[in-house]
Design a protein around this ligand. Structure first.
Ligand code: MOS
Length: 749
């Protein structure tokens, strides 16, 4: 079961449209909610006229901030509707609840928001400029920061403070400033034989999942708030809702529903709107975002500015890196990726000295969220294209340059943590052997092959699992994990292998805070790594319990027994055996004699297993039009151990395709007044099938000691290095080094 390619179990139902998403769930007396989104990017709310909307047939209520049973605090979860200030065009300002979706929509069109215009701050340069107006006038000092460490990396965020570094000290829009520093950077750069520097700008990019954010909420007669949601984290959502509404944790129950894509965009979502309405109206309420609401009020990846300079000696030894990473935090400023991005902008390399500053900046844009390896594609775009330039100028092979400096097990990362296991070196060596790498010097003049290394530190959160043997002899795996990546396959394979049952005898129940042990979010590339490890341990413990029960039945010591072929039998003596199902039934019948057979597993002690993927991108540039075509792409990723190569390769394909979107196509475009231009998939340029070349996946397996059967997280590493690899390919084909994403024809030309 471990290491063989299997189809994704939930795949067919999803493709056939049989999966029951939150939007498909029936509920008696269901009401439908529709948000009213702000038109201005920055304004003070003078009044909200809801009368016409409330008079609309079918409309049950129109809620504004003042109507919500909020417990205080700030940020998206704590203030799901604008309080007195609108801070981005698209911010929800009212919620219309009606008996039908159509009535809610009609009602929403009739809500009249009276505002006073305030000067908007629409991009990072404007936000940092001397004399910039504040993007938020009502920001309160000391507001809680809810930027979760769901993605690993980062560290403590120091606010304000050392205003002498990195300029922009006078801007009122700096929400967070953090500096990562060690060694003597001045001396390092002075000792370098060559220094390269660059300024990079990346765009706002949406996760573009198929299923919009959706939540169904109701209140039980005992006051328990029940929420079914397309969330990536059941316990995270429970905590968030308990905080938002001041409810006791045990009075909130969250079921993470099947996800139609997430990629980080469902780590902070629209549950507070549905929950608030359910709490006020005491009826079930559902909200399903429209595509336009997704694009304007979801949690896309923020635009970033990155400035880096780095040096090396003539033999390619890196001496120092210095830079600044600026991340857009949008209007609410409660979530940012800049700190992690600054850490990652040094790449997975040894630096004798580094000095990196992260600035999180408030603007009148949507508040960003996480998107598959948050902050990493821009960081890799900066550092990996500069390393390419450095290799060029030092006349060194780009892989040799990286191999000379890349972190290996035993090294410490920039965050000071020792790296226990890391396969970046092996990934680089694997692509070096690929024929495309040797061919790069013999291509037609308009073609090039770009190399880049992508790096992801790997997330870490506790995870728990229960494996229990049911009376029919089947094993049930219970976890809180939200299923965003085929966890059913992984958990079944892991539990079946660890317990010794055929996979048909194992099933998975997941995502319910009412029945599962605590576990973190499905994000940060850690579901299989941490929950999978917990499942493995739980299955091992359950198996031990089974052997104990069998031992007393068979009067043979448990260590002399084995589980195989659906039975427990003496080691090496297949004669006397007892079926697992019989043992299970007996335990259930005589519950007084034995407690039911179950095991519990957790991951309190696991260490990080950072991910790496090396890319070769073969590009062809049309010199007349600037159009970039991808002819081939090779990705070598360290996956620890491929539990299911089919699904792992699917992650590598998907991550590469999303990286192609970052590189060449995707950008949330806005008007000069800050309104989103286009809000549908017809207008948002995603890679289409003819823009994604054949992707060759090379599985590199450097097993993680703490992962289940050696597996590592595989979801995020594949996206990180793609824009850099394509940019380096463009440079090879044209000698043009671009610092702006996406690399559209106009920019290439
Ligand atoms: Mo992710 S961006 O941790 O879902």
């Amino acid at each position: 079961m471990i290491g063989t390619a299997r189809r994704r179990r939930d795949g067919e139902a999803k493709v056939r449209g049989a999966t029951r998403f939150v939007g498909d769930m029936p509920a008696h007396g269901l009401l439908h909610a529709r948000p009213v989104l702000a038109a201005e990017a920055h304004a003070r709310i003078i009044g909200i006229d809801t009368e016409a909307a409330r008079a609309q047939p079918g409309v049950v209520a129109v809620l504004t901030h003042a109507d919500l049973p909020l417990a205080g605090g700030s940020g998206r979860a704590a203030e799901p509707l604008a309080r007195e200030e609108i801070v981005w065009a698209g911010q929800p300002v009212a919620l219309v609840i009606a008996e039908s979706e159509a009535a809610a929509e009609d009602g929403a069109a009739l809500v009249d928001v009276d505002t006073e215009w305030l000067e908007p701050v629409l991009d990072l340069d404007a936000a940092l400029a001397d004399g910039a107006p504040p993007a938020r006038i009502s920001a309160r000092a000391g507001d809680d920061d809810s930027a979760a460490d769901a993605h690993g990396g980062g560290g403590d965020e120091a606010r304000g403070g050392d205003g002498d570094h990195g300029g922009a000290a006078a801007s009122p829009n700096i929400a967070v400033r953090q500096r990562l520093q060690a060694g003597d950077v001045e001396a390092g750069l002075a000792a370098a034989d060559h220094v390269v520097r660059g300024r990079f700008r990346t765009s706002w990019v949406h996760q573009a999942y198929l299923e919009p954010q959706s939540t169904l909420a109701w209140v039980e007669p005992d006051g328990t708030l029940v929420v079914h949601s397309s969330t990536q984290g059941a316990f995270m959502t429970r905590q968030g809702l308990a905080n938002t509404f001041g409810l006791a944790m045990e009075k909130v129950r969250v079921q993470a529903a099947p996800l139609g894509g997430a990629f980080g965009g469902k780590l902070m979502i629209a549950e507070p709107l549905a929950a608030a309405a359910a709490l006020v109206l005491r009826r079930p309420v559902r909200i399903v975002f429209s595509r336009t609401e997704e694009f304007s009020a979801g949690n896309p990846a923020p635009g970033q500015l990155l400035e880096l300079e780095l040096g090396a000696t003539a033999d390619g030894a890196l001496t120092a890196i210095r830079g600044r990473v600026v991340g857009d935090r949008g209007g609410l400023g409660d979530m940012g990726v800049e700190a992690l991005s600054a850490l990652l902008s040094a790449g997975p390399y040894r630096w004798p000295a580094h000095d990196l500053t992260a600035l999180g900046v408030t603007t009148n844009r949507v508040s960003p969220g996480a998107y598959r390896a948050p902050g990493a594609p821009p960081a890799a775009f900066a550092v990996e294209t500069l390393l390419d330039e450095l290799a060029d100028e030092l006349d060194l092979d780009p892989i040799e340059l990286r191999l000379k400096n890349v972190l290996v097990a035993g090294d410490k990362g920039l965050d000071g943590q020792e790296i226990k296991v890391f396969g970046a070196r092996e990934c680089l060596e694997r692509v070096r052997e690929h024929p495309l790498y040797a061919q790069r010097h013999t291509l037609p003049a308009d073609e090039g092959v770009g190399l880049a290394l992508g790096f992801w530190p790997g997330g870490l959160e506790p995870a728990g699992a229960i494996c229990k043997l049911d009376s029919d002899g089947r094993l049930t795996v219970v976890t809180a994990a939200a299923d965003m990546s085929g966890i059913e396959n992984a958990f079944i394979a892991i539990a079946a292998e660890a317990f010794g049952l055929p996979e048909e005898q194992v099933r998975v129940v997941t995502g319910d805070t009412g029945s599962a042990p605590y576990g973190g979010v499905a994000g940060g590339s850690k579901v299989t790594y941490t929950y999978g490890r917990a499942v493995e341990r739980a299955a091992e413990e359950a198996k031990q319990r089974l052997l104990d029960v069998a031992a007393s039945e068979l009067e043979i010591a448990p260590e002399d027994l084995e589980v195989a072929d659906g039975e427990v039998r003496p080691l090496g003596a297949p004669g006397r055996a007892v079926a697992i199902a019989d043992l299970a039934a007996k335990v259930y019948t005589f519950a007084g004699r034995h407690r039911p057979i179950e095991g519990y597993g957790s991951t309190a002690q696991v260490s990080r297993a950072p991910g790496a993927a090396a890319h070769l991108s073969h590009v062809k540039v049309d010199r007349e039009t600037g159009e970039v075509r991808l002819l081939a792409h090779v990705i070598a990723q360290d996956v620890g151990r491929a539990l299911n190569p089919a699904l792992v390769e699917g992650q590598m394909h998907g991550g590469t395709a999303q990286g192609i979107g970052w590189a060449l196509l995707e950008e949330l475009a806005h008007t000069d007044e800050g309104q989103l231009q286009g809000g549908t998939f017809a207008e948002y340029a995603l890679p289409s099938t003819d823009q994604v070349p054949p992707i060759e996946t090379l599985l590199v397996e450097v097993p993680a000691p703490d992962g289940p059967f050696g597996a590592k997280g595989v979801g995020e590493p594949p996206v990180c290095g793609v824009p850099a690899a394509i940019a380096n390919g463009i440079a090879a084909a044209t000698d043009i080094r671009l610092g702006v994403l996406p690399m559209t024809p106009a920019r290439v030309w």
